[in-house]
Design a protein around this ligand. Structure first.
Ligand SMILES: Cc1cc2nc3c(=O)[nH]c(=O)nc-3n(C[C@H](O)[C@H](O)[C@H](O)COP(=O)(O)O)c2cc1C
Ligand code: SF4
Length: 493
């Protein structure tokens, strides 16, 4: 179960009047927009969405190709390929770009989108680094194998029991005692991080500078991101989106909770240092004529985290440094995530910050629709006032043409991102542009898709995954119960 606001209000998806073909063609939404060295055909954008289709080794599969082909058939201005790992380390069925062996699959992905959109859609790839997150262990296993015993554990036991002998008890006795201990006792014996490792699974932080590989992140990451970007260019992508958002390494560097003392934490100008160093190294590697943008958070929505004032500062600094677009998201953090079941890993979209990332119709007085746009607008205003025209992409609950056009008319964003609405109906773009808006399959914003993502299952949409299952050649989920891509739009009807 995902977090919902207290005293929730249930919303209907907004009624709307769709534009005629003529209205759509002369609208702002369907005008071109410059993004760095290139130009998108329209101001529409499909933000990154992980579909859980890659192989265990991170290679592109036929199912990945089917997925992106289907999005490309709707001809949005741009598609951003799902978060793709920059390192050459096992990371489950998530796409990877940390070695040249991934290039052939990624090249096929580019060709597939180019062909399916007939060259109308630009293709970017989101590149990501993440730290280690372990599954929640069983208590016994944790006590027997994972907990590192220190003198302070024994001292705590002695204090709690009043028996001094615990201070020199053997490991086995201490572990045996802790295996049986109540939560109340454990809270007195284990420190905050140990309790977290027990209850949620061990999770690394960028502030764990006692660990050499964490201390070294600022030294190693610029080249890792630069190499990944070079591969993206070689594979034929039109650009890269540096993933500086949500629960991952770079967002954690930007976070107000980053207290590193090596010049990469603390004040805002220190927190933005590594993201900028990475950008510069990427730029050196790919050249000036390649699109390099980033995604970051307007608000982390966690206590002690970044607020809009931080995001405004980062937005201006990113624009000043020369990033070609700024895609704004919100929330999606580990810090407020729900406790996973034993054997599962914590999922960063289950708390309030997760709600803000992918808001549903069970909402508060603001509602889920275009909920984040006021923050996006503040970032855009600051970027423009500082003298930069860097396009700003807004997303979150945008479902109708009227919403999108009004956002552009008010100058609140430059490009409109539709993630779940594009998943519900990838033909949204072509339907709206050709005056066939009434045929759009409207997203209901109840997050069935996000639930599948949470369970690490192949992501589909409840509006189409049980439809025409017997269609010849339609790819099905591993259990054969769901189709993996939406049915083709029968335009002639
Ligand atoms: C299934 C699913 C997977 C997602 N994966 C990513 C991702 O890989 N990277 C990312 O930045 N955002 C990801 N998101 C967030 C979306 O890009 C988007 O910001 C969010 O869904 C809000 O936009 P919407 O209301 O138009 O759906 C994902 C969302 C969904 C539903
Ligand atoms: S599953 Fe639900 S929330 Fe997800 S895209 Fe489909 S209708 Fe929208």
């Amino acid at each position: 179960m995902t977090w919902h606001p207290p005293n929730p209000v249930r919303y209907q998806i907004p009624e709307t009047r769709w534009p005629t073909r003529e209205e759509a063609e002369s609208s702002l939404l369907f005008q071109p927009v410059r993004v760095g060295s290139t130009q998108l055909e329209s101001r529409t954008w499909v933000p990154a969405m992980v579909p859980w289709r890659a192989t265990e080794e991170g290679f592109v599969t036929e199912a990945n190709l089917d997925w992106y082909r289907r999005f490309a058939q709707g001809r949005p201005g741009a598609i951003v390929v799902e978060a793709t790992g920059v390192r050459d380390i096992p990371s489950g069925p998530l796409l990877r770009i940390g070695h040249d062996r991934f290039l052939p699959g990624l090249k096929r992905l580019v060709e597939t989108v180019r062909e399916a959109s007939q060259g109308h859609t630009h293709l970017f790839i989101q590149i990501i680094d993440f730290l280690s997150v372990k599954r929640r262990p069983e208590k016994t296993r944790f006590m027997e194998h994972f907990l590192e015993l220190h003198p302070h554990h024994r001292r705590a036991l002695a204090e709690i029991t009043g028996e001094e002998s615990w201070t020199h008890a053997g490991d086995e006795d201490v572990r045996g005692f802790l295996k049986q201990a109540t939560d109340e006792v454990l809270e007195k014996v284990l420190d905050e991080r140990e309790l977290e490792a027990l209850r949620f699974g061990y999770r690394e932080r960028v502030t764990d500078t006692q660990l050499a590989h964490i201390r070294e992140l600022p030294r190693v990451l610029p080249d890792i991101f630069a190499d990944a970007s070079r591969r993206a260019r070689e594979a034929g992508f039109d650009g890269v989106e540096l993933h500086y958002a949500h629960a991952y390494t770079m967002a954690s560097f930007l976070s107000a909770r980053n207290t590193r003392e090596d010049g990469y934490g603390g004040a805002r100008e220190n927190r933005v240092r590594l993201p900028l160093e990475i950008y510069r190294r990427v730029r050196e590697r790919v050249g000036d004529d390649y699109v390099v943008g980033c995604r970051f958070l307007a608000d982390e929505v966690i206590s002690g985290g970044n607020r809009i004032a931080d995001a405004v500062y980062f937005g201006v600094e990113f624009a000043r440094a020369g990033l070609d677009f700024l895609s704004i998201s919100k929330g999606g953090k580990f810090e407020d995530a729900k406790q996973p079941r034993v054997g599962q890993a914590v999922y960063p979209y289950t708390g309030q910050s997760g709600y803000e990332c992918m808001p549903t119709v069970i909402s508060d007085e603001t509602g889920p629709f275009a909920r984040n746009i006021p923050l996006v607008a503040q970032i855009k205003r600051a970027v423009n006032e500082a003298g930069f025209q860097t396009p700003v992409v807004g997303a979150g609950g945008i479902t109708t043409f009227e919403q999108a056009e009004a956002i552009l008319e008010r100058g609140e964003a430059d490009i409109i991102g539709l993630a779940r609405q594009a998943l519900a109906d990838p033909d949204w773009f072509v339907k709206v542009k050709t005056g066939r808006g009434p045929e759009v399959r409207r997203c209901t914003y109840t997050n069935y898709c996000e639930g599948l993502d949470q369970a690490h299952k192949q992501v589909t949409c409840k509006l189409w995954d049980r439809v025409e299952l017997d269609e010849p050649g339609v790819p099905l989920s591993s259990d054969g119960r769901r189709r993996l891509i939406p049915p083709r739009w029968k335009e002639e009807q």
